[in-house]
Design a binder for this molecule. Sequence first.
Ligand SMILES: *[C@@H]1O[C@H](CO)[C@@H](O)[C@H](O)[C@H]1NC(C)=O
Ligand SMILES: *[C@@H]1O[C@H](CO)[C@@H](O)[C@H](O)[C@H]1NC(C)=O
Ligand SMILES: *[C@@H]1O[C@H](CO)[C@@H](O)[C@H](O)[C@H]1NC(C)=O
Ligand SMILES: *[C@@H]1O[C@H](CO)[C@@H](O)[C@H](O)[C@H]1NC(C)=O
Ligand SMILES: *[C@@H]1O[C@H](CO)[C@@H](O)[C@H](O)[C@H]1NC(C)=O
Length: 387
Amino acid sequence: MSFAGYLLLLLKGSCLAAEMTLILAEEGSSVMMHAPAIKNVNFTEWEYIRDSTPQFILQYYADSQLITVYPAYKDRVVFYQNNGSFVLQKLRETDSGIYKATVDLMQDKARKTSLRVIKPLPQPKLLSSSNLAGSLINLTCMLPQGTVADVSWKKDGHPLPPEKCCRLTWKTTMLQIRKAEKSDCGSYSCIINNSVSWKEAALNLTVTGLTPPARAAQMMTAAALVLAAISAVLFVIRLCQLGKHKLGKEAWEWLMMTILGLLCTSSLLLFAASVIWMQEDGHSAAFILLGLFLVAVIVATALTAVAMAPCRPAVLTHFRSKGWHRVILCITATTLVVNLLFTSLLLRSFHQLHERGCSEAVDLTIGFIIPAVAVLPILLLLFPCCK
Ligand SMILES: *[C@@H]1O[C@H](CO)[C@@H](O)[C@H](O)[C@H]1NC(C)=O
Ligand SMILES: *[C@@H]1O[C@H](CO)[C@@H](O)[C@H](O)[C@H]1NC(C)=O
Ligand SMILES: *[C@@H]1O[C@H](CO)[C@@H](O)[C@H](O)[C@H]1NC(C)=O
Ligand SMILES: *[C@@H]1O[C@H](CO)[C@@H](O)[C@H](O)[C@H]1NC(C)=O
Ligand SMILES: *[C@@H]1O[C@H](CO)[C@@H](O)[C@H](O)[C@H]1NC(C)=O
């Protein structure tokens, strides 16, 4: 064949290709194949061509109104006699190929449709690796292996703006948030799309400033503050009554023991909270000194409280001398000041950490109420015996 012949063939081929309609459909769906738009047709024939082997689908004779559907297509074909189109139902991947409609055996007027049946899109799942403020958060759009689809992302219903690009890295199915902050809170969705259909998975991202241990530590700090405040009130009562001898010696010792007991508990809570704080936020000289001070206070107050108890060990008797009393008052006052100061400081710092995210605040009411309620019976016991 001459060069011109080849060219002609090529042109013919591209002309045919241009006439061919391309249809993409999902497994299980239906698709309509259109016959050539020719009026008063006597005979319509549909063929399926795969690997250039034609196979009959149906034949229709207009005068006898006879439709012959071939066995492989029984139950899956709905034919329209008015225009020769047909609907192929319950599509399978093996239905991919070329469908050719010929009317009145006119090969040059035949109409071809190329069908590609693809698997339906799976439902994606959106997972976040963390939700901690300041950390790297990976949002992963989970898809079964082998899924062919475009992936795009939205935040709060809007496509992610390009200026976000510096902090948000696009990976095929992963969205990275480098240093999560309050503004990253919101509803994220990943959309997968194969041009036939699309599916979306959504996730509400709540960036939190406090880890679960930090939330517990915040609660402990609140309790420590309440205990320190109650002991401060009792201590003021103790100081103002100093020198007056309305109450018996027993009552004074009882009051002092209560103050020391409360302070000891408050210091223990504060110690635990500051250890957690250091684990979260790194060590600092102030907190290490505070820790050492608290350990000393815990030991001192515990010892003193025991020394004041009615059934104290004999060794501890000299703690009851006048000089020791001054020392105890001094230690108590210092501890009170330190505890009040540091609990307030810690609470403020926890609040600042919390503010970096958008999670709900820890409800500190329980932290305030439980110690207050627990101390109440002790005070009720104390005051009747003072009168
Ligand atoms: C053929 O007829 C059916 C049913 O009336 C219609 O849905 C379809 O669009 C028609 N096809 C063409 C090519 O007009
Ligand atoms: C269809 O059949 C009718 C008569 O039955 C005939 O007159 C007509 O020419 C035929 N049409 C074609 C396109 O062959
Ligand atoms: C997030 O993804 C990056 C890149 O794949 C990976 O190196 C990192 O370990 C992931 N981080 C988490 C917390 O999953
Ligand atoms: C699906 O992807 C195509 C390109 O592949 C795009 O033109 C179309 O807008 C997308 N549709 C949706 C709903 O995202
Ligand atoms: C996200 O939050 C909104 C409003 O609070 C709610 O309507 C939606 O269902 C949530 N989405 C998910 C995936 O939890």
